[in-house]
Design a protein. Structure first.
Length: 425
């Protein structure tokens, strides 16, 4: 298969000279993405011309070195969706719009000095989250969730635990009432899956954040939102709401998927059997391996070329969108070496792209928050249910219907029933 060249037409929009764009959809993104990326790399090289839903062209960067180049150069490849040369072809109800975004005053959709202005408000606020208090909160929340199913001897750990724990924990951090956390979890899952309800979910998400900002203006507290509102730099309520959306979007489903992907690995790989006997070091090893092999954010949208350039052997035109193939780059054979089939050489190595890289990477305090939520959830679960096991064959597990995020739609398990511990103190 040959790679199509994108040339600039009279309108300035890329046009296809042939129809060999790789569709960025299909079951193989869910069943066997690593083999799919290997085939892409063999057929097209480290930068692949792809087609999104609705026939929208883009570039998928799957090479480790090329992805490092793109994420290290915010001037040539800014996260400035306003540069996109496909806007004339994007319908208002395009289902991927919530994932790709549009020009708005948010930490996630601004570039240059304006982006740094948002970072200087958001990152210090995230640093005020007490990791020890967050762990205690996560322990209590995990106990409460486990109490709801521990007497049954079976559960769906995705729906009943992994999706809910990060939502509840982030709600506590942000000062959101527990009762609103399940709705928050639904909105995030629905907009990320990119289906028919994605736009409705996005609007509901934005309404929740606007209401939260208004509430904290009236009733400030020790929560993260109140800290953000005390920023010495002036921000509008719309900017606060949009930055909160970015924090939650980056913190909820990726944390849930990190938790459940790590659990799936531990339940299916005998190398991590020690974790079920109290070996907590293997929990950390499983979580790190999950970031390399099963990273929650598989593809990240995106970057937009500020001018015509070349990337690897491809001509990139001004305004072209580049999708960051985080999972594919982690598997790039140029940076992967195995000492044996069962022992990855990256054990303990954190040079993965799971949190992206460069100026637009996930802030370090946010990475710490995600790790505390996921690790505490796993450890409490193993303490409470040490004989937990998969209730279905591993081959029947189903992945989230999204090429962007890699999580489970369910994780059915069985275990010896135990008594509840009484929920929250």
């Amino acid at each position: 298969m040959t790679v199509p060249e994108l040339e600039t037409g009279a309108t300035g929009c890329p046009i296809r000279t042939e129809s060999a764009l790789v569709p960025l959809s299909g079951p193989r993104f869910h069943t066997d993405p690593h083999r799919l990326y290997t085939e892409m790399r063999s057929d097209h090289g480290p930068v692949v011309a792809v087609e999104l839903t609705g026939g929208i062209p883009a570039w998928l960067v799957i090479g480790y070195r090329e992805l490092h180049q793109v994420t290290s150069d915010p001037e040539l490849f800014p996260r400035d969706v306003g540069l996109w040369n496909q806007w004339p072809h994007i319908p208002a109800d395009w289902p991927l719009l919530p994932m790709v975004g549009q020009p708005m005053p948010s930490i996630y959709f601004t570039a240059g000095a304006e982006h740094r202005r948002h970072v200087e408000m958001v990152e210090p606020a995230l640093e005020t989250v007490d990791p020890f208090e967050l762990r205690r909160t996560c322990e209590d929340l995990a106990d409460r969730l486990i109490d709801a199913f521990c007497g049954r001897g079976e559960a769906d750990l995705m729906a009943e635990f992994a999706e809910l724990l990060p939502a509840l924990a982030l709600a506590r951090v942000l000062g959101i009432p527990d009762a609103e956390a399940p709705e928050l979890a639904w909105t995030m899952k629905t907009l990320a899956d990119g289906g028919a309800e994605a736009q409705t979910a996005y609007q509901r998400f934005h309404e929740l954040m606007r209401r939260l900002v208004a509430l904290k203006h009236e009733h400030p507290g020790p929560d993260l939102v109140s800290v953000m509102l005390r920023s010495p730099e002036p921000f509008t309520d719309e900017e606060y709401a949009l930055d909160l959306q970015a924090i939650i979007a980056a913190g909820h489903l990726p944390s849930a998927d990190w938790l459940v992907n790590s659990l799936r690995l531990m339940l299916t790989d005998e190398r991590f059997a020690a974790a079920f006997g109290g070996g907590r070091r293997s929990v950390g090893q499983a979580m790190n391996e999950a970031l390399w092999e099963d990273t929650p954010t598989q593809i990240l949208a995106g970057r937009w070329a500020a001018r015509d350039t070349r990337l690897a052997d491809k001509v990139i035109h001004r305004g072209d969108m580049l999708l960051l193939g985080l999972a594919a780059a982690n598997a790039d054979p140029h940076v992967r070496q195995h000492v044996a089939d069962t022992e990855p050489a990256h054990s303990g190595n954190s040079a993965h792209f799971a949190f992206s890289h460069g100026e637009y990477r996930c802030p370090f305090p946010a990475q710490q928050i995600a790790e505390i939520i996921a690790r505490t959830g796993i450890e409490v679960l193993l303490d409470r249910l040490p004989d937990i096991d998969l209730a279905v064959p591993v081959g029947s597990l189903v992945r989230r219907p999204s090429p962007f995020l890699r999580g489970m739609t369910s994780l059915p398990v069985r275990f010896t029933p135990v008594r509840a511990v009484g929920g929250l103190s």
